[in-house]
Write a protein that binds this ligand. Structure first.
Ligand SMILES: NC(=O)c1ccc[n+]([C@@H]2O[C@H](COP(=O)([O-])OP(=O)(O)OC[C@H]3O[C@@H](n4cnc5c(N)ncnc54)[C@H](OP(=O)(O)O)[C@@H]3O)[C@@H](O)[C@H]2O)c1
Length: 252
């Protein structure tokens, strides 16, 4: 299958690497500026936007929301019968349908960590289209069909997730600097803790509270630290911060 990706910035690059794992697919990429193409055999540079659109069966759009409006207009005449998958955050599905009425459209949300093939992929489209796209979406990670409103509300977790997680991990790593560990090693240790914890939780299927209970024994140091977090309403502040910003975009 020929898959096209328009916009090879942070997100488009990650998608191209993830999707190239199917050796039976050719990934055509295009960006209006100078851009880096991953050195992978089945990823090829398209000569022009229209070349990419005409040669692809499924087209991923990964440009900023401000550029999406014009881009959908530009490609609309050449996407008849094709599938357009948009990763543009918070861009309404109904507007895409209006602009490209003859295309099959799917709106997805994932993150740059899609490059690992392990990211959550939330999708909004017709169930039949979702089923036919599953093979591709599974190269990016774990696909789920959701309501559009939920997809938009979850952008801070699914799309912004790597940055938000990195923000918190940075504070753990900064603590290690205080303890005298140099930055690279502190970040490596933080990553290993996070990675092993995620694998542990996924494999054992334990929820967060059970996991905390296993570590935070009644008289140990962990419980004292967590109680201090609670005293400073850390968790509540995190929830409030996300909520106060997303409600500027989505009615919850
Ligand atoms: N970054 C993330 O973590 C993330 C996560 C989830 C979803 N997303 C979504 O992914 C989309 C892309 O984000 P990004 O961070 O990858 O942005 P980015 O790094 O700025 O990449 C977008 C690329 O698309 C190019 N472009 C714009 N209009 C184009 C056109 N008409 N034809 C061809 N190329 C065009 C841009 O060129 P110029 O440099 O000339 O503008 C740029 O190189 C956004 O809609 C965002 O909401 C991003």
């Amino acid at each position: 299958m020929n898959i096209g990706i328009i916009g090879i910035g942070n997100m488009g690059y990650a998608l191209s690497v993830a999707l190239s794992k199917s050796k039976e697919d050719t990934i055509l990429v295009y960006d209006r500026g100078k851009y880096k193409v991953p050195k992978i055999k089945n990823i090829k540079r398209a000569n022009s936007l229209i070349d990419l659109v005409k040669s692809s069966d499924t087209i991923f759009v990964s440009v900023k929301p401000n550029d999406a409006e014009k881009l959908f207009d530009e490609i609309s005449l050449n996407v008849e019968g094709k599938t357009v998958v948009s990763v543009v955050a918070l861009y309404p599905y109904s507007k895409m349908v209006e602009k490209m009425p003859k295309a099959k459209i799917c709106k997805i949300m994932t993150s740059i960590a899609a490059e690992t093939g392990k990211a959550p992929v939330l999708a909004y489209c017709q169930k039949e289209l979702f089923e036919s796209l599953k093979r591709l979406l599974e190269k990016i990670g774990e696909p789920y069909l959701f309501d559009e409103k939920i997809i938009d509300a979850l952008v801070p977790i699914t799309g912004s997730g790597p940055a938000i997680v990195a923000y918190f991990l940075d504070s753990l790593s900064q603590y290690m600097l205080l303890a005298g560990v140099e930055k690279d090693l502190a970040e490596r240790i933080t990553n290993l803790v996070t990675y092993s914890t995620s694998i542990y939780a996924l494999k054992k299927d334990v929820d967060y509270r059970t996991l905390i209970k296993k570590v935070a024994t009644p008289s140990g140091i962990t419980i004292k630290i967590l109680q201090e977090f609670d005293k400073r309403t850390l968790k509540g502040n995190v929830v409030d911060s996300i909520y106060s910003k997303i409600k500027e975009y989505v009615k919850l």
